[in-house]
Design a protein around this ligand. Structure first.
Ligand code: MG
Length: 347
């Protein structure tokens, strides 16, 4: 059973918790290349809450620098100030504004109040493909293990070279396969228009993610209206406020939501279930603790009908730290197998 913020505050407000946390800095198995450059290590904080009965709740603070949703050193300073035995009211107050700290504390408190209900037995996952020519080798491996939805990072090389590679990629795919292109906001209007002309003739493109600057709403809305390919917002929708603004603007495309940047998992589920939004739930490169929470959120959304954006693991060399690795489908039983204590002890 889930509680609203107010009910939960009343219920646990006076309750004392034992709070501990561990910082991590982990090299990635393979550096990730995006339109914003190379990314080779992940930093974050694991939060552990224990109640007086010895029950534990877990959270992960894993912001992405420059994305919004909060800053890691600020989040650590807040945890230091909270001390070793905060009350539920203190924790809820800090979680309320959302962002990465809201995600971690909201998740940990939420687990102590009961699991999010799961409404799916399994969900498909999009396989993440590397930028550039490596895409062709990577897609073969992913096809072999059963992936049928793929996400390819573009906006990294010359657009004409990438468009030639796109046709090589699409030529290698079986009927029914779908490809998401993610430009991470790296295209200007002219480049985006040329790409969307190319995509218009290629129905295997499921959507184009964050083609242009997330701050330029008019350009994104204009492109969405001028071209037939579905567009998705990612960097443009970090938290609830962004989500509500774009819903009000009548965004006709997809919302890629990263729960680890949004805030309280229960609020995300309520916001999406209470809307008509077409949503992809995405990892923001967490350890198994954040992964478990992100997947629980996805499994709590009955209308979710797009593959998960969680095909990022194995992200770390230590296998104990990863979410479900290289799987084209995640089952609800895979989520239960992610044991926070194993991650905590491996850090
Ligand atoms: Mg993206």
């Amino acid at each position: 059973m889930r509680f609203t913020q107010e009910e939960r505050t009343r219920r646990v407000g006076q309750m004392g918790y034992s709070l501990s946390f561990k910082s991590y800095r982990l090299p990635m198995r393979q550096p990730l290349r995006t339109a914003q450059g190379w990314w080779s290590e992940r930093e974050g904080v694991i939060v552990r809450l224990e109640d007086k009965d010895g029950q534990m709740g877990w959270g992960e603070i894993a912001p992405i620098s420059g994305w919004g949703g909060g800053d890691l050193s600020e989040a650590k300073a807040v945890l230091e100030r909270l001390g070793a035995s905060p009350t539920g009211a203190e924790l809820s107050e800090i979680a309320a504004p959302g962002g990465c700290l809201g995600f971690a504390l909201g998740a940990a408190l939420g687990q102590l109040g009961g699991r999010l209900p799961s409404v799916h037995d399994y969900l498909p996952v999009a396989g993440l493909l590397p930028a550039g020519r490596d895409v062709l080798r990577a897609v073969e491996q992913k096809l072999e293990v059963g992936f049928r939805t793929f996400k390819w990072k573009v906006g990294v090389g010359d657009p004409r070279d990438e468009q030639v590679l796109l046709d090589d990629l699409l030529g290698n795919l079986p009927d029914g396969a779908r490809v998401r292109l993610d430009a991470n906001g790296g295209w200007d209007r002219r480049v985006a228009e040329r790409w969307l002309e190319v995509c218009a003739e290629r129905p295997m493109i499921e959507f184009v993610e964050q083609p242009t600057d997330p701050a330029n709403k008019d350009l994104l809305l204009g492109l969405a209206g001028d071209f037939p390919t579905t567009l998705a917002l990612d960097e443009a929708v970090i938290g609830k406020e962004d989500f509500e603004q774009w819903m009000e603007l009548g965004w006709p495309g997809v919302f890629v939501l990263k729960p680890a940047l949004w805030g309280d998992p229960g609020e995300l589920v309520a916001a999406v279930n209470g809307s008509t939004a077409d949503v992809v739930i995405s990892s923001s490169l967490e350890t198994g603790i954040g992964a478990r929470q992100v997947l629980e959120i996805a499994f709590g959304l009955p209308k979710l009908d797009r593959a998960l954006g969680t095909g990022v693991w194995p992200l770390f060399s230590n296998t104990e730290l990863n979410g479900p690795s290289a799987v084209p489908f995640v089952r609800s039983t895979d989520i239960e197998r992610l044991n926070p204590i194993v991650v905590w002890e491996a850090l």
